[in-house]
Design a protein around this ligand. Structure first.
Ligand code: C6P
Length: 443
């Protein structure tokens, strides 16, 4: 059944080698030196991109919050829901067996996408937030003692701060933070000093800042953490959608990510962890499917990964995430990253030419497709509303990273973020809309 969907999907991802070749092409009719960067994925694969907003073509520049879904993902979910849906791991009837196979096939597929050793190590969760909470509850409960240290960074999303603060409060541990430099990167000398001074039990760090786009030097961070005996959890919410990920090569211990940021549906995410660590951790939530046996006196636990999946999971959504991973694999994650870097280079150049615009974060070669900015003293929300009038969707606010905003000494920024369907024409639309906003506010 799913094979048919996968075949449809394969047909929908057209050969994009031509579009990739246009990445640095100079052929804009009005300006021979300006680059035209075409969409990496066929725009027609994404039905929502045909929408108009306020009478203008939609320029969707908020993929860091949640990406749009290709028809292949929507169709895979629809087809599964119409033909094979039932609860999983329970019924001995055909539909339930089909649904179980589809769910477990999706798990294998997602595990392979990040090069996990085995699908046993891939736990389906609701999202990155739940994945991190799972570790901060269960690993922390079994391993943290009063006086222990945890090391985070100032650029983390709240999802990679608050669960650790809660865990530390529960046991009387302490949380430390690697500072961020003025360029928006991690202060590596301070990181080493913090490791030496506090010998943390665990380091939790993002692969890419959702505010600044900063790519963190994970191999170096992980090697140094391991050298002092710390485990490393990587927040891959902004990594898995945009970069090739190989958890074995990275040598991290836990890796958390969300389906809805990588062309999949919301309500499904994953936690990858080393099997031996997951085996030793107590369960997260109690309920159906996570047990081997229950008596009135107590219970024993199911094998991995089901030990951590209590209750009926997001079955259709898991199938959708499997289709999203197929789609990304066909595009090629190296090319996804190259496309976003080309767009970011172009956008930084274009936006830097706008008087009064402040851009936060490092140069294009050390960031992914995320650009946060402010324009004069226009409030980020007002700016986002003005841009929306022009059909441009950007996020505004603190981006769930209040400590980082404090470090940048800014209350809120507007943020444009790019993905496989973004074009340089959309960056041009953003730049032109920002110029009009300047005129309205007489900047
Ligand atoms: N960032 C953004 O607009 P969830 O909500 O669990 O799927 O992802 C949480 C999360 C964790 N870490 C990072 C680095 C993230 O960027 C996010 C989600 C969105 O930036 C929504 S706040």
């Amino acid at each position: 059944m799913l094979d048919a969907t996968e075949a449809t999907h394969a047909a929908q991802v057209t050969d994009t080698s031509d579009t990739a070749a246009t990445t640095a092409r100079s052929d804009r009719a009005d300006d021979a030196s300006a680059p035209t960067i075409a969409s990496l994925a066929p725009r027609a694969d994404f039905p929502i991109l045909a929408r108009e907003i306020n009478g203008k073509p939609l320029a969707f520049l908020d993929s860091a919050a949640s990406a749009q879904k290709p028809a292949a993902v929507l169709d895979a979910m629809n087809h599964f829901a119409r033909t094979s849906y039932a609860n999983i791991h329970r019924g001995a009837y055909t539909l339930s067996e089909e649904a179980t196979r589809a769910y477990e096939r999706a798990r294998k597929n997602v595990a392979k996408f990040i090069n996990a050793r085995s699908a046993r190590e891939l736990i389906f969760t609701r999202n990155t937030t739940e994945s991190i909470n799972l570790v901060a509850r269960t690993w922390a409960e079994a391993n943290l003692r009063p006086g222990d240290a945890l090391l985070l960074t100032e650029m983390e999303h709240h999802s990679n701060i608050v669960p650790w603060q809660l865990a530390a409060q529960r046991v009387g541990a302490e949380v430390f933070y690697t500072p961020v430099t003025d360029e928006g990167e991690l202060d590596l000398a301070a990181y080493e000093a913090l490791l030496e001074r506090h010998t943390p039990k665990l380091v939790a760090v993002t692969q890419m800042s959702n505010v600044l786009g900063t790519l963190t030097p994970l191999p170096e961070l992980i090697a140094k953490a391991h050298a002092v005996g710390a485990l490393v959890l990587v927040d891959g919410a902004q990594g898995a959608p945009h970069l090739p990920v190989d958890v074995r090569a990275l040598d991290c211990d836990f890796y958390a990510f969300s389906g809805h940021k990588m062309l999949g549906p919301s309500g499904i995410g994953a936690l990858w962890g080393r099997a031996e660590l997951l085996e030793a951790m107590p369960p997260f939530m109690g309920g159906g499917d996570m047990i081997r046996e229950v008596t009135l006196a107590g219970a024993t636990w199911n094998d991995l990964p089901w030990k951590f999946e209590a209750g009926t999971p997001a079955i259709v959504e898991a199938v959708g995430l499997g289709a999203a991973v197929d789609y990304l694999r066909q595009l090629g994650m190296e090319r996804v990253h190259a496309h976003e870097q080309a767009l970011t280079t172009y956008a930084l150049e274009r936006l830097r030419a706008i008087p009064g615009l402040t851009i936060y974060g490092p140069p294009a070669e050390r960031r992914g497709g995320v650009i946060s900015f402010t324009l004069g003293d226009i409030h980020a929300h007002d700016l986002a509303t003005l841009l929306d009038r022009e059909g441009v969707a950007v996020r505004a606010g603190h981006h769930c990273a209040q400590p980082l905003m404090e470090r940048l000494q800014v209350a809120a920024t507007a943020r444009a973020s790019f993905y496989v369907y973004t074009t340089s024409a959309e960056v041009d639309t953003l730049a032109e809309a920002l110029e009009r906003a300047r005129a309205i506010f007489a900047l």
